[in-house]
Design a binder for this molecule. Structure first.
Ligand SMILES: Nc1ncnc2c1ncn2[C@@H]1O[C@H](COP(=O)(O)OP(=O)(O)O)[C@@H](O)[C@H]1O
Ligand code: SF4
Ligand SMILES: [Mg+2]
Length: 376
């Protein structure tokens, strides 16, 4: 357990594999909008996972599935409605405003759009410098300027870039500025929200290489958000697939690509082209028709049922929960002893066809009961 929310974490690599970010039953609900409208947007609706220090955890799903809201909620950049978020033993939801500010040093965010996320009125040095000021780091003009130069050079920009404005840079360079800003507080953890999706294909690899290098050198832990499985294929240690506010499958990268269990994961995977033209012609495609339904009114039972090619009668009644899949679990056998390493959690899927080895849990009943309970 960390002694203070802003406490350091030791040398890179020292505690690799230990749980760093623990998320349990996270919910983020937004008001629907209208004054008389009592409905809620269930953007994130009961999500649990644990990130191990030093790993890259991919979070994948189509647009509108709740990925960004999950990332923002972990950093309390949006307030969770319910659930538990622990960071290196600190209860993030319990932090006072002051402690939250101190804690934010340790966790940063890289945004999707390097054009929109940098203030066009500020020179790049000030954009990075502001992040130092927020955390009361590097008092004194000279030390501040030296640290800004160091951060810019760390991300592959010249120190002289400090005096130029965002519009003078290419998309890739602007994303480097965004990364320098995120590194200002010397964080342990970064949420990378589709950091290359808005960049030219030719420079995507450069930014990915930079992120990999920083992870190696600084011992960073990444939550890496993407809207397709191709984008996280080569970078993630483990991957969670998200659909309509829920995680529907979670596995280490090799297992997920080799043996996807959830029909949604299979559909996302089948959209990735294969470089070999013969295999590309032969491969099975599972077309994903229609759009993600609105989180204002998710389908009853399994939320994927309105688009699932394998849907059957029970899917409208039973809301499947994440369950272990794989050898030894079909008969409902004991879970493997995984110790404290969250990477050993195994392969989980939420589909009545796969992984529903125990008694089905009808989550909607739980929710109705909770909402019917008197407040306070
Ligand atoms: N501040 C907000 N108020 C209302 N609805 C929101 C808000 N932010 C996001 N949403 C809704 O929540 C759902 C999930 O959004 P988001 O987390 O941005 O998804 P993703 O990043 O997977 O595309 C979407 O339906 C989106 O419209
Ligand atoms: S539970 Fe039913 S609808 Fe949902 S993914 Fe499985 S087969 Fe498809
Ligand atoms: Mg998003």
């Amino acid at each position: 357990m960390s002694s203070s929310p802003a406490g350091g974490s030791g040398a890179p690599g020292e505690r690799v594999g230990e749980p760093l970010v623990e998320v349990e039953d996270l919910e983020v609900h937004f008001p629907a909008g209208g004054r008389r409208d009592r409905r809620v947007v269930r953007a994130v609706d009961g999500v649990s996972f644990t990130l191990a220090r030093g790993e890259t955890f991919g979070l994948v799903g189509e647009s509108g599935c709740g990925k960004s809201t999950t990332g923002l909620a972990l950093l309390r950049l949006v307030e969770p409605t319910a659930g538990r978020v622990h960071f290196d033993g600190t209860d993030v939801r319990g932090l006072s405003r002051r402690d939250l500010r101190a804690w934010r040093r340790r966790a940063g965010m890289i945004f999707q759009d390097p054009y929109a996320s940098l203030d066009p009125r500020l020179p790049v040095g000030e954009i990075v410098g502001e992040a130092l000021d927020i955390h009361d780091l590097h008092q004194g003009k000279q030390a501040r300027r030296a640290r800004i130069a160091e951060l810019l050079e760390r991300v592959g920009l010249a120190a002289a870039a400090a005096d130029r404005y965002p519009h003078e840079f290419s998309g890739g360079q602007r994303q480097r500025v965004g990364i320098a800003r995120a590194l200002a507080g010397e964080p342990d953890f970064l949420v990378c929200d589709e950091p290359i999706a808005a960049l030219d294909v030719s420079i995507q690899a450069q930014v990915m290489n930079l992120l990999a290098e920083l992870q190696r050198d600084l011992g960073l832990t990444y939550l890496f958000i993407a809207h397709d499985l191709a984008a996280v294929q080569h970078v993630s240690d483990r991957i969670a697939v998200m659909y309509l506010g829920r995680i529907v499958e979670l596995a280490d990268r090799a297992t997920l690509y080799r043996s996807p269990q959830h029909p949604y994961t299979r559909a996302l995977l089948s959209a990735i082209p294969v470089p070999d033209p013969v295999r590309e012609r032969q491969r099975e495609r599972v077309p994903l028709v229609g759009d993600v339904p609105t989180p204002l009114d998710p389908p009853s039972g399994c939320r994927f049922r309105t688009r699932c090619p394998e849907v059957f009668e029970a899917c409208g009644r039973v809301d499947p929960v994440l369950q272990p899949v794989g050898p030894g679990r079909e008969g409902g056998g004991a879970l493997p002893d995984v110790g404290s390493d969250p990477r050993a959690q195994g392969h989980l899927a939420a589909c009545l066809l796969h992984g529903e080895t125990g008694r089905p849990v009808e989550r909607s009943d739980h929710r109705d009961a909770r909402e019917a309970a008197p407040a306070g």
